[in-house]
Design a protein around this ligand. Sequence first.
Ligand code: ATP
Ligand code: MG
Length: 377
Amino acid sequence: MPKYQSVQTDRQLAEKLPYGIALVDANAELLWWNRTAERMFGFYAEDNQASSLLVLLEETEFHRLFQSKDEHLQIEINSPHRSNKRLRLQLRSYDDNAWLVISEDVTDVHKLRAIKQDFVANVSHELRTPLTVFCGYLELLLEKPDEDSAVLVEMLKQMSGQGRRMQNLINDLLWLSRLETKSVCDVDVTVVDVNTLIYYIHNDALALCKSSGKLLQFTLEVDACLQLKGNLDELRSAFANIVSNAVRYTATNGQVRIRWFEDAVGLKFQVTDTGLGIPEKYIPRITQRFYRTDEARSCEQGGTGLGLAIVKHVLLRNQARLEIESTPGVGSVFTCVFPLQAAVRSSGVKACREVINKSSNFSADALLLPSENVHDK
Ligand SMILES: Nc1ncnc2c1ncn2[C@@H]1O[C@H](COP(=O)(O)OP(=O)(O)OP(=O)(O)O)[C@@H](O)[C@H]1O
Ligand SMILES: [Mg+2]
């Protein structure tokens, strides 16, 4: 192919480009290609069988691109070689009888686009239900402004609940976005007294029990002398999300155990419940945004599926990980495992031996009063 010998001199240059380059004739028969194109399309020099790209990309938009010979047109196709790869193709005239087909791997961009679309769809979906209810009641109120006061109160209660739901969603989204965009170096890292943190989270859990009319037995086992380096707000949101899940997904008269301890592997914040449990196939997915199991949906707990995504981000920022064990109908164990280097221990051997091991049967009306174990060091 003397006519294309100059290609040989261009070869080194073409090999350095991060693009797949294929030279084709007027019938899209392959004349030459670089190694990146080999990987993208799955054709190999050893085959030595020039075949037409029109055949190879038979059912794709490549036909339209090639017929148009439009150098401004860009199309996207799935790689015929690896279907999980997305390629963007464009055409450049090489000479009167040959064209360059330039391909770029846009898999990441494609994935990001899909994530963005999913995200917008999810947020819209989550906002639509409360907004519909909210607007429905508003219209009723406008139609019947002199409605009986008991009915009015009920409507306002519903509206307030839906308003709160939207507010929670927006707050969680803003918090997630902050976790994703703000560098760990830009947040305050202090020594967090996990013991006190658990005290407050436990009180919130009791308030949640009260509002949902649930009776749960809480057990707290806290190493009162073990503290954790990290950002207080972030750790609070992660731990509170796990505890609130335990409360929400455990039926009345169930048990919730909160532990904070250290073992040879790391520092562990662990919440065990005797709730719904999670089928194994869902476990890898429940930390994804907006993911809820069918069981949780049918339970009508009103969550949006952002809690564990927040937990995952916070733990990532702390070089920690989340372990989940669960048996449907029996219960779940969520464990945040922090590296041992994140520990700060209170000095004084006596204090370090003080470990809370307190099991109490709190009714929905009872609040945990700060015991000496909780507060005193
Ligand atoms: N302790 C648990 N027991 C059973 N299922 C759980 C538990 N924790 C989480 N799940 C499941 O994982 C899903 C995701 O939890 P996540 O906390 O992310 O969202 P959510 O609780 O639905 O909503 P929210 O954004 O209000 O937290 C839940 O919907 C539920 O299906
Ligand atoms: Mg949750």
